[in-house]
Each structure stands twice: as C-alpha cells, then as structure tokens.
Design a protein around this ligand. Structure first.
Ligand SMILES: [Fe+2]
Ligand SMILES: [Fe+2]
Length: 247
C-alpha cells in the first residue's frame, strides 16, 4: 500500500500567514501515527516568485520523507531552481522531475507558461513525459502530477486559467494503461473528476479555498477556511482518496 499526502498552493510570501499555514499543514503530516510514503506539492510554491520565497520553501519543506514538488503559475523558474532546488544556473526551460516511490513512478511536469496564469505542457515536457512513460511497464503504477487542472471545474475564473491544449496529454495517457491518475493543484479546492478516462484529483489549497459560485457572495479566495490535504492511497490496483482539513 502506498499513501501520498498531496497538498498544493502554499503561495509563500512576506506575509507570515502563508508560512504559518504551510507549517501547520506539514506539522500535521509529519505528526501522523504512520508516516506517509511521500509528500506531493503541486505548485504555486511562492506567491511572487522571489528567490527569498523559495529559500523559505526549502526550509519549510525539509522532511525525512520524500518531497515531490512542481511549479505553478505563480512560480518563476530561475528563482525556483536557485532557491528551492539549489541549482545556480539551470536555464529557463521547464522543470520536470521523476520520482520513484514505493514501486510507483511520479512524473512531475511543469505546466507553467512564464508570465501567464493559464497552463500548457510545452513540447519539451510532452517529449520528456513520453520518454519516461516508455521506461515503465504496464505493471508499474504511474502518477502524472502538474499544477493546472486539464478540465473545467465549473468555476469561471479557475476554468479560464486551466491547462490549455490537453489533447496531446490525453493521447499519451490513452496509450499507457499504467497511468493510475492525474494529480493537480491550482484550483484551491478539493475536487475529483476524470481526465482521459483516469481519475483526476485536485488538491485543496494551503493558502486559501476557492469559493464556489453556488456558495454565494464572499471572498473569491477564502482564507477563513483551513488548509487542506488529500491522502491518495494506492492498493491492489485501486486509488482511494481521503480529504482532510487541518484546523
Ligand atoms: Fe494557487
Ligand atoms: Fe495556480
């Protein structure tokens, strides 16, 4: 059995609240009676993309557990590489990473478009993804994670900045039955859907929660709601997800 704690959208900045909410969440995860196999954080690590925000992230994300991170639209590739990954000059290309955890493969893709809020998997990322998928067998569960949900979640703002051009990704998934799920962030709301016939699971936000249209007027990004986490459990070929908030 594999258990992944999936959180997203820490939006770290100079406001102590973002660090406090992130710390509250990670203290909860680290204090669990049984350790999870990995912590997954799907982007918008920093709020402004400043290198100091990534140095703070590196400090807060320090863990005895594997921590799997990808960028979001608020992130800036160069500062992310320097401050969080400790890479002095890694260029401005997409930040994609593979992690092998407990017999599963996590392929973390950079869905950001520098300077834009919507997302796209650029050709270099799709090529990388295809190459990594080709190294896995149908017996290996593969989780594809990135920031921008590739489908509408029925919120006008979030839908307007979702992943563009998801068709090549859907085609890749269609030919790889070992893809167990697609895991994203960006929406600041715990959501479950499907994409290319696989589960699509969206992590709740750490910094805030998206107010849904039918919840009525109120702050668009509600900080009155506590940070949340998704626990993804992979066992005997089935994915089960539990959502928790940390008050
Ligand atoms: Fe965000
Ligand atoms: Fe985002």
């Amino acid at each position: 059995m594999l258990v992944i704690a999936h959180l997203s959208d820490t939006h770290l900045d100079d406001d102590p609240e973002s660090a406090a909410r992130t710390t509250r969440m990670l203290d909860y995860v680290h204090g669990l009676a049984e350790p999870v196999d990995a912590i997954l954080i799907t982007g918008d690590i920093a709020d402004n993309g400043a290198e100091s925000e990534y140095r703070l992230a590196a400090k807060l994300f320090a863990s005895p557990l594997p921590v799997l991170v990808c960028p979001g639209n608020h992130d800036v590739r160069g500062a992310y590489r320097r401050g969080l990954l400790g890479v002095a000059d890694g260029g401005d290309g997409p930040i994609n990473a593979r992690h092998d955890v407990g017999g599963a493969v996590f392929l973390l893709c950079d869905s950001s478009i520098p300077g834009a809020d919507e997302g796209r998997l650029e050709p270099a990322t799709l090529d990388w993804l295809a190459g990594e998928l080709a190294t896995t067998t149908s017996a290996t569960p593969v989780f594809i994670a990135f920031h921008h949900p590739p489908v509408e979640l029925h919120h006008p703002f979030i839908d307007s900045i979702r992943l563009r051009d998801p068709e090549p990704l859907a085609a890749l998934i269609a030919t790889h039955p070992q893809v167990a799920a697609v895991l994203t962030g960006h929406a600041h709301t715990a959501a479950a859907s499907t994409f290319a016939g696989r589960p699509l699971l969206v992590a709740p936000g750490v910094i805030s929660t998206l107010r849904l249209r039918w919840e009525g007027p109120g702050p668009f990004a509600d900080r009155g709601q506590p940070p949340g986490v998704a626990f993804h459990v992979w066992d005997a070929g089935r994915l089960t997800t539990h959502y928790r908030v940390v008050v």
